[in-house]
Design a protein around this ligand. Structure first.
Ligand code: CCH
Length: 305
């Protein structure tokens, strides 16, 4: 099991703060996107889908996938049905890539996830540079989770295949406070119609989908969730037309995961404290960063921008 060796980091923390700011400004600029949710949630999902293809050394001699090669930019990986609607997230980052052409796609897309979490009021996420764009022979498909499944399936992917603890797994899925599910991909700024399909699920998980909070856990526990009556895939809804996926409901149907949901529903600070290192670990799966430093970026607000 050889880890991808990071390139030595030839830029400074200041350089990456400039990239952070450019990404954050794109989020600000296009705040009307997707029913005024903006691009923040889509950027978190992009970073996760680039990274969450990882297959660890557990029970398998080789590692594959992960964020290192930036391979979600390539048609083979981009067209995995699990990545439906993510071309919009890549679209909003393309001007940033043009401005900072020295940054790799893997670094750009993971930094965009960090930027989005922080700009939406989430915890600071430590981030390291050094990923290198790889070709299509490194693209991964069929590795992202199927939302129709149960708790054992989530464990088999996150714990067994990617090497997360159960606590890290439940913390990561709390990102479903953000964004929404789409039958059709949201219409891009300046376009008149959708360019493609989404996951097929529909609706927002929370009433404030561009604020990073522990609302996902609170709603999961406290609301009444019933099967949605519609022609689409099986999902849950509450009286306010918010939604849960089968895999989300699995977190309260499983006794040991439910304990963690209860803990995070009560204590947002604890959720933030656990989410930040888990998200950093996700973005770094399969990579040996050598001596490259961990950076922590300021939000636009903290810079009075
Ligand atoms: Fe997720 N997610 N996710 N998710 N996800 C979807 C959307 C978002 C699953 C399924 C879906 C994580 C784990 C899981 C986000 C972050 C994370 C959608 C709707 C499905 C389906 C896509 C659409 O239609 O546009 C499943 C299954 C799992 C695990 O079992 C993890 C982990 C993270 C991040 C840490 C975010 C954010 C979104 C909203 C995207 C948007 O465009 O609004």
């Amino acid at each position: 099991a050889t880890l991808n060796a990071a390139l030595s980091d030839s830029h400074s923390e200041k350089d990456y703060q400039q990239v952070y700011n450019a990404i954050a400004n794109q989020i600000r600029e296009y705040d009307e996107y997707d029913g005024a949710i903006g691009f923040g949630p889509a950027l978190v999902r992009l970073a996760w889908h680039l990274s969450g293809t990882f297959v660890g050394p557990v029970g398998c001699p080789h590692i594959s996938g992960g964020s290192f090669g930036g391979t979600i930019r390539l048609p083979k990986e981009a067209s995995d049905p699990a990545n439906n609607a993510l071309e919009n997230a890549r679209w909003v980052l393309e001007p940033v890539k043009k401005q900072f052409s020295w940054i790799s796609y893997g670094d750009l897309y993971t930094l965009a996830g960090v930027t989005a979490v922080q700009e939406m009021g989430g915890p600071k996420i430590g981030w390291r540079a050094g990923r290198k764009d790889l070709g299509v022979e490194y693209a991964s498909t069929g590795k992202l989770p199927d939302a129709s499944r149960d708790a054992d399936y989530i464990r088999s992917l996150f714990v067994k295949r990617m090497g997360f603890t159960e606590r890290e797994t439940v913390a990561l899925i709390g990102a479903h406070a953000l964004g929404s599910c789409h039958v059709q991909a949201p219409v891009l700024p300046g376009a008149t119609k959708s360019q493609g399909v989404g996951s097929g699920y529909t609706g927002r998980w929370t009433a404030a989908p561009n604020f990073f909070t522990n609302e996902f856990y609170r709603l999961l526990l406290e609301d009444k969730w019933t099967p949605k009556k519609w022609d689409g895939p099986f999902q849950y809804e509450n009286k306010d037309e918010l939604m849960m996926l089968p895999t989300d409901m699995a977190l309260v149907q499983d006794a040991s995961m439910k304990k963690l949901v209860v803990e995070y529903a009560k204590d947002q600070e604890k959720f933030f404290k656990d989410f930040a290192p888990a998200f950093k670990k996700l973005l770094e799966l399969g990579i040996d960063f050598k001596g490259n430093k961990t950076y922590e970026f300021k939000t636009l607000d903290e810079q009075d921008l």
